[in-house]
Design a protein around this ligand. Structure first.
Ligand SMILES: NC(=O)c1ccc[n+]([C@@H]2O[C@H](COP(=O)([O-])OP(=O)(O)OC[C@H]3O[C@@H](n4cnc5c(N)ncnc54)[C@H](OP(=O)(O)O)[C@@H]3O)[C@@H](O)[C@H]2O)c1
Length: 265
């Protein structure tokens, strides 16, 4: 599939790293900072465009990976230059389909919320197709794109994207902050930093695999680890005393709230 990624920062760079070199994608990449394209590709092959026209002109799917405030101006230009049948995908938080349609009224517009796990084929991406999309053609295109870098689901309500941003878009940062705190605690308990990193990462790998592979609710998995009178219940008591679950709840809600506020500004 002829796919163009515009913007090679954190998110665009992750998509480029995830897609580069795949035989089923003809990738075209553009960022006004050529060095960012080179870093994202890391030697993998793709068409490196020198301007926007060159980037988008033959693409079936064009992914806009720029900051929210830059998305609508970029979209206006892209819509002028691309094939009218191309699917345009914005990954920007808080830029609504309605705002996008004002800039590009006849384009096939959609929004997606991937995460930087795309670079290791682990993004859980939510997609909302806009009203001008052709279901039969554009749904499989979006699915193919985001399944190449993880998994992909479709939402019927754009409103649900706020929650997905809190959980899956920003969420990895909250989990990594937790990993960082666990690593520091391990160092404080006398482990070398690289040892603490290995064992903290192992906790996340195990938890993620259990969630993914057993299909069980997280609370059921916690119960399986928690032996009566053991070490885990002692740690969980400390977590409860420090309002650990509340803090995580607040982080997810604050990210979703910020997304909602951005979409109204
Ligand atoms: N980071 C995540 O995990 C994540 C997850 C989900 C969604 N998102 C969304 O992803 C989007 C991108 O975020 P980011 O952190 O990757 O942004 P970023 O680091 O600013 O990267 C965007 C890149 O695109 C360049 N750019 C901007 N306008 C351009 C234009 N017209 N033509 C060519 N290049 C242009 C930027 O250059 P300048 O720096 O010169 O502007 C920058 O190099 C945001 O809208 C965000 O909401 C991010």
């Amino acid at each position: 599939m002829r796919t163009c990624i515009i913007g090679c920062g954190g998110m665009g760079g992750a998509l480029v790293r995830g897609l580069a070199g795949r035989a089923d994608f003809a990738l075209s990449v553009y960022d006004r900072h050529a060095d960012k394209v080179a870093v994202a590709l890391g030697g993998a092959s793709a068409k490196v465009a020198h301007n926007l026209k060159e980037a988008v002109q033959d693409s079936e799917v064009i992914v806009l990976c720029v900051k929210p405030h830059a998305t609508v101006p970029l979209l206006r230009e892209v819509a002028r230059l691309c094939d009218p049948a191309a699917l345009l995908v914005s990954v920007a938080a808080g830029v609504t389909l309605a705002a996008m349609a004002e800039a590009a009224p006849t384009a096939r517009l959609s929004r997606a919320m991937p995460n930087t796990g795309a670079q290791v084929q682990k993004s859980t991406t939510a997609v909302v197709l806009g009203p001008r999309c052709d279901e039969a053609q554009d749904r499989p295109r979006a699915k193919m794109l985001f399944e190449a870098v993880g998994s992909c689901g479709f939402l019927t309500s754009e409103e649900s994207l706020h929650a997905v941003i809190g959980l899956a878009g920003s969420g990895p940062a909250f989990v990594l902050a937790l990993a960082d705190a666990m690593l520091s605690a391990g160092v404080n308990l006398g482990l070398k930093r690289e040892e603490a990193r290995l064992y903290a990462a192992g906790a996340f790998t195990a938890a993620a695999a259990l969630l993914e592979q057993t299909g069980k609710d997280p609370s059921a998995l916690v119960a399986e680890i928690t032996s009566p009178g053991g070490t885990t219940i002692e740690g969980l008591r400390a977590l409860t005393e420090k309002n650990g679950a509340d803090a995580i709840w607040s982080a997810v809600s604050a990210a979703a709230e910020k997304s909602r506020a951005m979409s109204k500004s």
